[in-house]
Design a protein around this ligand. Structure first.
Ligand SMILES: [Zn+2]
Length: 270
């Protein structure tokens, strides 16, 4: 080994000895679904906190939902990795008391990995995706962010799924990408800021923000191309090269998150 290589090697050893405080097991996974978020709404001046996830981080504004691009069908695809054709949810309805999802979800996976799991959702039909491995869940129409913050106040490895509503009302009421719609996104973006701060302060983290579908004019859930659009933003404690791929489909959210979790845990255990 020449002198330069030796120094380089020592440099690596030294860097492990001086591991920063966040170099520990993955502590927090935060998966946020902003219902009905059209990727074109993600502008720096209107959503600076979401913008902060792009760099450093990875993102695509070319993600695609399932067919039909409707709330419960899409969220089932997001959390199970199964499209309607693959045995995921076929219809967009669920009432309390009816059977829930029978397939393993991302939260089941997280629980098996040792994470406590929180599931906070803004529409009753998303109760369909509650499984026995969810440690804490609540229908949270207006206080999902606060509930997620409270859940993350406890120590240890924690996984949170947070579904936020608002754009799914502003879109049909005022139109997708209308002023009211963008004002609503500005409000959502601002409300997320303290949660993002909390996650980053808990230690090694993975933050994923996406949506279930977009819309056009005052419509959504149709076969119009705009309705299928969704964004995907991924930020972690360190880069995850290639984790976000072009032509991202919502059914890839689950394997992508699992892959990212493995990388973030695996790296720290070396
Ligand atoms: Zn929706």
């Amino acid at each position: 080994m020449n002198r330069l290589a030796r120094q380089f090697g020592l440099g690596i050893v030294g860097s492990f000895m001086l591991m920063p405080a966040w170099a520990q097991d993955l502590q927090t996974v935060l998966l946020v679904s902003i219902d009905a978020l059209h990727p074109a709404a993600l502008q720096a001046d209107g959503a600076p906190n979401l913008e902060s996830l792009k760099r450093p981080g990875q993102f695509t504004l070319e993600g695609r939902s399932v067919n039909p691009p409707q709330t419960l069908i899409a969220h089932t695809a997001m959390l199970t990795g199964l499209s309607p054709e693959q045995g995921g949810k076929q219809d967009n309805n669920w009432q309390p008391g009816e059977p829930r999802v029978a397939h393993e979800t991302l939260l089941d996976f997280a629980k098996k990995q040792g994470f406590e799991t929180g599931y906070f959702y803004a529409k009753p039909k998303l109760g369909y995706l509650i499984t026995p491995s969810i440690s804490s869940h609540a229908l949270a129409r207006d206080d999902g962010v606060e509930r997620a913050q409270a859940f993350l106040r406890e120590p240890g490895q924690r996984f949170v799924f947070l579904h936020l509503s608002g754009l799914d009302e502003a879109g049909p009421d005022s139109g997708w990408l209308s002023k009211d719609y963008l004002d609503e996104l500005r409000y959502i973006d601002r409300s997320l800021a303290p949660l993002l701060t909390d996650v980053r302060q808990r230690g090694t983290y993975l933050i994923v923000v996406t949506s279930d579908h977009a819309g056009h004019e005052r419509l959504h859930g149709t076969s119009h191309p705009e309705d299928f659009k969704l964004p995907l933003l991924v930020q972690a404690s360190w880069p995850l090269p290639g984790i976000v791929q072009d032509q991202f489909s919502i059914v890839r959210v689950r394997p992508m998150v699992q892959n990212a979790m493995a990388q973030l845990n695996g790296e720290t255990k070396n």
